[in-house]
Structure formats: C-alpha cells, structure tokens
Design a protein around this ligand. Structure first.
Ligand code: FAD
Length: 432
C-alpha cells in the first residue's frame, strides 16, 4: 500500500498547494504539522519566545481551519510540538510511509531541517521538495538563484520583461484516506500557551486577523471586490491607521493560508473587470518584493541572520521594544506592534531606522523582536527588510530615515502618535 506523509510548514492551505496535487494519489495520506518546540523557548537576551502569542493564536486558528477542510475531503491533520525532524521520522517509521512531501522553504533553519530529514530517510523513503507560495518557481525565474541581482530594481526589470505567473490551482475535491491507526488531532491552544489562547489585539489597531484559508479569502474579497480599495492602493499605502489603507494580506501569505498566485489571479480578475491602474499594478509590485526577498534568502543562506553572536539588548534597545524612546512617532509604532502583532510598512521602516540610525542598536535585535511580535512574520521578508534598511549584505547603502521628518510628512497632525499614547482609551473596532 502506498503511503504519503505531507509535512506542512508555512503552507497551511489546500488550494494552490502542490503538496496536495498528485498525478497518482497514494492509497493513504498523513498530514502533519510540527511546531518546533524551540520557537516556544525564550530567545537569549530578549527573554521572549520566537513565536509570540499573537502569531501562535493565528497559527492555531489556521491549523483548525485547515483540519476542517481536510476532514471534509476524507483526510485529517496531526499537530505535534516537538523537534520537527524527529517527530516526522518517527511517524514515517511507525506508519510505513514511502514518500514525504515538504515545501522548499527559503529559511536557513527550515532548509537545514529538510537536509537533516533527507539524511535520516537515507533514500529508503523518497523526500520531495516543492516550490510553493511565491509568484515564481525556481524553474520559472529568469535567472539562477546564484545570479539573483543585488538590487530589487534589476530583479523586477528581469521578471517583468516576460511576466508570466502561472495561475493558481484549485483545491483537491477528495483526498486519500488516513492511514489506519495513525494519530490525529492536536493539543488545545490553552495547554500550549495560555497567553496565546487569551490574546486579543488592542482595539486601537482597528483590525482583528483570523487565521485560515477562508478568513484569508474573505479579506481578499473584501479588499478587491466589496470595498474596491485596490483602486486606491497606490495613494493610501503609506497610511498608518485603519483597516483599508493597505491589503493586510500579509499574515495569510506568511502562514501560507493564501498564496501569492491566488492574490495575483484576484488582482488580474479585478483588472479585467475594472481596468488596470497604478494601484492594482502596485500590489503586484509589492508581491514581487516578497518574491525577491524569498529568493534572496535562498541565495544568502545562514548569512541572512548576520554572522556574529546576538548581543544582549542595552537599556535603549529595551526602551525601544517597550515603546518608551521618548519619540512619540516611534513609540506609537512599537506599542502598536506589541499589542496588535501588526504594523504598517511605513511604521516598520521608521521603527527599524530609529533603532539602527538613532540608537546605534544592532539590527538583528530589532529583527528578532519583530520576529517575536509579528503575526505576519516571514523569515525572508523580515530578516531581508531589516538587512536592507541596515545596509548589510546585498545592499550596502543603509536606508536611514529621519523619523522627525517622517512624522511631519506622514503624521502631520500627530493623530497616530496620539492614538497610541499609553493612557488613551481604545475606540470600537471597524472590522472584526
Ligand atoms: C523592518 C521590516 C520588517 C518586515 N517584516 C515583514 C515580515 O516579517 N513579514 C512580511 O510579510 N512582511 C514584512 N515586511 C514588509 C511589509 O512591511 C509588510 O509585508 C506589509 O506591511 C504588510 O502589510 P500588507 O499586507 O497590508 O501589505 P501591502 O502593502 O498591502 O502589500 C501586499 C503584500 O506584498 C508583500 N509586501 C509588501 N511590502 C513588502 C516588503 N517590503 N517586503 C516583502 N514583502 C512585501 C506582503 O506580502 C504584503 O502582504 C517588513 C518590512 C520592514 C520594513
């Protein structure tokens, strides 16, 4: 009997997921997600786990949603908290699996884990890696990863010359049955982390993200079709507050509840009906940035994280994390980040630039703090954007911003800074 194990990571969806596409389906299928136990332990220096309560809650919601979709198709989901390689290898042995499928993740640790898995399986069980979630596959990039240009603009010019993004593939209608006797289900979130189970975003953020494919699609429909915000994106994208100034697709893209191709298809369908404009193009332009950082992470490997050991944060860096620098524009951003798990791109850039330029802090501490806080944390986008702003590696020009100028330009009335003043009461949310 042929048995396949799908090892899920940041690809928690059924539609447009190559792991669930079979030319000849196996007779039995085991779908597994293993939360790396290391992510729950405090990072040295910052005393915060790599996965904070906001993202952990979103992750659990995404897993619950995915399990529901799998059950509808005759399959199921097993979730464990463990060393992912050890847990998957044990399942392979116990349930006589003959194929393991996994996403070709760009993150160095994920790649190391995949390599360790290949060693442990030692050719006796086949291990297949699949590109997934990005606009382009490695094979359809107009250059080898090793030749990825040092600048985004050069990358964009090359991919736009022959822009052909494959269409998203629908979800399978049915799936092979669960192997007899194999475990299923997962621990309730309150047993994994009480803070994550109880976590709720500060209502000043005006938005509550819910994990999973269906809530992700609801946001896409809302943004593209119901509100038509896509028509104004280029003018609004530098906004700081509110539910509609940018797409807010990032958490679903980061956990893989949505793929970039699905968003691409949605934007193209909107353009077919309403006509393309600068704003619809600009959403695709941002998705290209995402692809660029993904492929850059492949190229950079372990050096994405910098080479030296992470220093302990000093008092100034701690104050930055807590939103007590004394600069209202920066403090507002850091408070919003810590209490909602999300931040606009403009505020991320300013918060990061202030740490690097004004405090002289180590950019990697900032990246690690963002990793803890962000619901949409994505290894390539987070560490890539931090490196880019710090002027490390592929881009040697630091992109320092003057946060006072930026506050005058983007928050001229000081409304954003005032909203996140520590004592201000929270208004009712616009969207939930
Ligand atoms: C210091 C710093 C850290 C960041 N960390 C992350 C991260 O961990 N995860 C993450 O998804 N994004 C990260 N970004 C990029 C960007 O800020 C967010 O993707 C964006 O703010 C998410 O909001 P949105 O979905 O409304 O984006 P929109 O403006 O609506 O853009 C649409 C999509 O394009 C992609 N995108 C947009 N800008 C970027 C960018 N600069 N780099 C990569 N992808 C982009 C995202 O997938 C986003 O959902 C970071 C940026 C900075 C400056």
């Amino acid at each position: 009997m042929s048995r396949t194990l799908i090892w899920l990571r940041s690809d928690l969806r059924l539609a447009d997921n190559p792991l669930f596409q079979f030319s000849t389906p196996p007779e039995a299928l085991l779908c597994v997600y293993v939360l790396d136990e290391v992510w729950l332990t405090p990072m040295p220096g910052l005393e915060a786990p790599r996965i904070g309560p906001a993202r952990l809650q979103f992750l659990w919601q995404s897993l619950i949603e995915l399990r529901g979709e799998l059950l509808k198709r005759g399959s199921d989901l097993l979730v464990r908290i463990d060393d992912p390689v050890e847990a998957v290898v044990a399942l392979v042995d116990e349930h006589e699996i003959d194929e393991v499928r996994v996403r070709a993740d760009a993150g160095w640790e994920e790649r190391q884990a995949t390599a360790r898995m290949a060693e442990r399986l030692d050719g006796a069980v086949s291990l297949s890696r699949h590109d997934s979630g990005t606009l382009f596959d490695e094979a359809s990039l107009p250059m080898a990863i090793a030749d990825l240009p040092g600048s985004f603009s050069a990358f964009r010019r090359k991919v736009e010359r022959d822009w052909s993004v494959p269409g998203a593939v629908p979800a399978p209608v049915t799936l092979p049955s669960w192997p007899a006797g194999a475990p299923r289900g997962f621990p309730p979130l309150h047993k994994v982390c009480g803070r994550a189970a109880a976590w709720a975003p500060d209502r000043r953020g005006n938005f509550a993200f819910a994990g999973g494919e269906v809530p992700g699609w609801a946001r896409v429909d809302h943004y593209l079709w119901e509100n038509g915000d896509v028509a104004r994106y280029k003018q609004t994208r530098n906004g700081l507050s509110g539910a509609y100034f940018s797409t807010r697709f990032s958490p679903w893209l980061a956990q893989g509840c949505l793929s970039a191709r699905q968003v691409h298809d949605g934007v193209r369908a909107w353009e077919a009906e309403h006509g393309a404009n600068d704003s619809s193009y600009w959403i695709l332009f941002e998705l290209l940035w995402r692809d660029y950082f993904h492929w850059a992470a492949w190229q950079e490997g372990a050096s994405l994280f910098g080479r030296r050991e992470l220093p302990a944060p000093d008092d100034a860096v701690r104050a930055w994390c807590e939103g007590h620098t004394g600069v209202p524009f920066v403090d507002a951003a850091m408070r919003e980040l810590a209490t909602t798990g999300w931040l606009s791109n403009r505020a991320r850039q300013n918060a990061a630039s202030y740490l690097i330029r004004d405090l002289g802090g180590d950019w990697r501490l900032g990246a690690a703090w963002f990793e803890h806080c962000l619901i949409d944390y994505d290894v390539a986008s987070n560490w890539g954007n931090w490196r880019y702003l710090a002027g490390v590696g592929r881009s040697s020009q630091p992109r320092a911003l003057d946060v006072h100028d930026q506050a005058e330009r983007y928050d001229p009335e000081g409304a954003y800074a005032a909203l996140w003043e520590a004592s201000r009461p929270a208004p009712r949310p616009e969207v939930s």
